[in-house]
Design a protein around this ligand. Structure first.
Ligand code: NAP
Length: 497
C-alpha cells in the first residue's frame, strides 16, 4: 500500500506549497513504494517556523507536568501500535523486524522517561549569604527548535529529540530523513492524537540538501538538534555558531571491539556479529573494527568468518532473515567503493565483498556481510566510517596497543572490550576515548536512561537521552533567581554583618 503523506503545519495536514513530491521506497524491494511525500521548499519551512514561533509563549507557560502527560499518553499509544509501527520501520528502512520493533520500543521507553521528566525538570535551591533572601536555579526552555534526523533509527531518533524538547517547553519544526518519512509521520500523528496543541509540533518533509540549511539557520529558530553525518553536522555547527544559535550534533563513528587473549571467544564472536552486521552495519555505534590480540587472532578470525558465512540476507519481514538491505543505491555504491579501496590497500577480503541479488533479494539493495583481515591501522577502511556490513579485523600486540588502535581515529562514539581479566577491563574503561564503553558486550545497545553521544568528531554540544548531562540539558537553559524579602538594600560580598 502506498500512503499519501503530508506536512503538518500549525495543526493542519497539508501538501507542500508548490505541490512537488518525493517517493519513499522499500530498500528490500524497490517495486514497493511506501509513501508519496511533499518535497517542501523554503515557504513551507517559513510557515512551520512561524507557527512554532507564535505558539512558543503559550506552550512554555503550560505546566511541565501537563506537557509530560501528553508525552505519557503518546507512550501508551506507541505501545498499542508497536507491531504495526515496527513492521513499518522494517518496510521503510530495511532492518530486520526484531530491530524494527526495538526501534519503536526505544521511542516508547523515551516517552515514558521524558513524560515523567515533566514532574522533575529540577534545578537547585541553595542558601543565600544574606538574611531574608533566597536563591534558586531553574530550567527554562530555549524556544523554537529545528530537528533534523537520519534514516537509520526512523522512530527512535526523532523520539529522542521531540519528547525532551516538548516536555521542556520548546516548540518544534521537525525535518526527518527523506528516506524514512512515513515512520516520522506516524510518530507525529500519535503525538497529535495524544493532545499536542496546534502549532507546537510541525513536520516538514523534503530533502536535506534543499531545506536543511535553510531550516537550521532560519532567524526565528533558537536551537538545532541534528543527528547524521559528521560532514553535515560540522557544517551546520559552524553556521549556527556565527548566528548565536544553540546546536547539538550526534554524528559518525568508527567503533571498535577489542578481543583479548583471555576473552570468551564464542561471546566475542557473537558480539562482533551483532555489532558489525546488526542493522546491516548501519548504526552510528556499529563495530566496524575488531581489534584482536595476536595470540588469538587466527582462531578468532576463523570462528568469526564461519559465523558470518551462516548469516542469511533477505527481507527483514521474513523470520529467517538475519541481515537486511542497505538503505539506498548511493549508500550501496559508497560501501562497494570502500570494499574496492580495502582490496587496493592490501587488506585480505575473507568473505563477502559483493552485492547479493538472489531470490527475495532480487529487487533490493543487498550487500554480502564482508570481513577484511590483515587490516592496518592507517588504511582508509580502518579510519573512515563505511556505514555498511563491512568489518575490518586488526591485530594488536597487547592491551595497550589495542587501546591505542581503537583511539587512533577521528571519531569517539563507542567501544567494547572482551576480557575475563578485571584489570584489563578497568584499564580499558579508563583509557578508551569514546562516549560509550562496553565491557563483555558489543558496541551497540545503549539504554535511554543514560546520556548518549560521542567524543571527537562523533559529537558536538549536549548529549542525547536521559540521565544527568542528557537531553534535558540540550533543550533547556539555566536561569538563576535571587529574591530579597528584607525590604532594604543588601549587597552580596559587601555586607558582612
Ligand atoms: P546525513 O546524510 O548527514 O543526513 C542526516 C539528516 O540531515 C537527514 O535528514 C538529511 O536529509 C539531512 N541533510 C542532508 N544534507 C543536509 C544539509 N546540507 N543541510 C542540512 N541537513 C541536511 O546522514 P544519514 O545518511 O541520514 O545518516 C547516517 C549518518 O548518521 C552516519 O554518519 C551515522 O553515523 C550518523 N548517525 C549518528 C548517530 C549518533 O547518535 N551519533 C545516530 C544515527 C546516525 P535527507 O535524508 O533528505 O538527505
Amino acid at each position: 500500500m502506498t500512503e499519501k503523506i503530508k506536512n503538518f503545519i500549525n495543526g493542519k495536514w497539508i501538501d507542500s506549497a508548490d505541490g512537488k513530491t518525493l517517493k519513499s521506497i522499500n530498500p528490500a524491494d524497490t517495486s514497493d513504494t511506501i509513501g508519496i511525500i511533499p518535497r517542501s521548499g523554503q515557504s513551507d519551512i517559513d510557515a512551520a517556523i512561524s507557527a512554532a514561533s507564535n505558539l512558543y509563549n503559550k506552550w512554555r507557560l503550560i505546566p511541565a507536568p501537563k506537557r509530560g502527560e501528553i508525552i505519557l499518553r503518546a507512550a501508551e499509544m506507541l505501545n498499542k501500535r508497536k507491531q504495526e509501527l515496527g513492521t513499518l520501520v522494517t518496510r521503510e528502512m530495511g532492518k530486520v523486524l526484531a530491530e524494527g520493533l526495538g526501534d519503536v520500543q526505544e521511542a516508547i521507553d523515551m516517552a515514558y522517561y521524558m513524560g515523567s521528566e515533566g514532574r522533575r525538570l529540577s534545578g537547585e535551591t541553595v542558601p543565600s549569604e544574606l538574611p531574608n533572601k533566597d536563591c534558586k536555579s531553574i530550567r527554562v526552555p530555549i524556544g523554537v527548535f529545528a530537528m533534523i534526523t537520519p534514516w537509520n533509527f526512523p522512530t527512535a531518533i526523532p523520539a529522542w529529540k521531540i519528547f525532551p524538547a516538548l516536555v521542556s517547553g520548546n516548540t518544534v519544526v521537525f525535518k526527518p530523513s527523506s528516506y524514512t518519512p512515513v515512520c516520522a509521520t506516524k510518530l507525529v500523528e500519535i503525538l497529535v492524537e495524544a493532545g499536542i496543541p496546534d502549532g507546537v509540533l510541525n513536520l516538514v518533509h523534503g530533502t536535506g540538501e534543499e531545506i536543511g540549511e535553510y531550516l537550521a539557520t532560519h532567524p526565528k529558530v533558537d536551537g538545532v538538534s541534528f543527528t547524521g553525518s559528521t560532514a553535515i553536522g560540522e557544517k551546520l555547527a559552524k553556521m549556527c555558531s556565527t548566528l548565536d544559535k544553540e546546536i547539538s550534533c550526534e554524528m559518525g563513528g568508527k567503533n571498535a571491539i577489542i578481543v583479548m587473549d583471555d576473552a570468551m571467544l564464542d561471546l566475542a564472536v557473537e558480539g562482533a556479529i551483532w555489532g558489525g552486521f546488526g542493522t546491516t552495519g548501519q548504526r552510528c555505534t556499529a563495530a566496524s573494527r575488531v581489534v584482536v590480540h595476536e595470540a588469538v587472532y587466527n582462531k578468532f578470525l576463523n570462528m568469526f568468518t564461519k559465523a558470518v558465512s551462516k548469516l542469511r540476507l533477505g527481507n527483514g519481514l521474513l523470520k529467517i532473515t538475519d541481515v537486511g538491505p542497505v538503505i539506498n543505491k548511493s549508500q550501496m555504491q559508497k560501501i562497494l567503493n570502500y570494499i574496492e579501496i580495502g582490496k587496493k590497500e592490501g587488506a585480505k577480503l575473507v568473505i563477502g565483498g559483493t552485492t547479493y541479488k538472489k531470490g527475495v533479494c532480487a529487487n533490493g539493495y543487498f550487500i554480502e556481510p564482508t570481513i577484511f583481515a590483515n587490516v592496518k591501522q592507517k588504511m582508509r577502511i580502518a579510519q573512515e566510517e563505511i556505514f555498511g556490513p563491512v568489518v575490518s579485523v586488526i591485530k594488536a600486540h597487547g592491551l595497550e596497543d589495542a587501546i591505542r588502535i581503537v583511539n587512533d581515529v577521528k571519531y569517539g562514539l563507542s567501544s567494547a572490550i572482551y576480557t575475563q581479566d578485571v584489570n584489563n577491563s578497568a584499564v580499558a574503561e579508563r583509557d578508551l576515548d569514546t562516549g560509550l564503553v562496553y565491557i563483555n558486550a558489543s558496541t551497540i545497545g545503549a539504554e535511554i536512561q543514560l546520556p548518549f553521544g560521542g567524543t571527537k568528531k562523533s559529537g558536538l554540544g549536549h548529549r542525547e537521552a536521559g540521565g544527568r548531562g542528557g537531553a534535558i540539558d540540550m533543550f533547556t537553559k539555566w536561569k538563576v533567581i535571587y529574591r530579597d524579602f528584607s525590604g532594604r538594600l543588601q549587597k552580596a560580598q559587601i555586607d558582612k554583618e
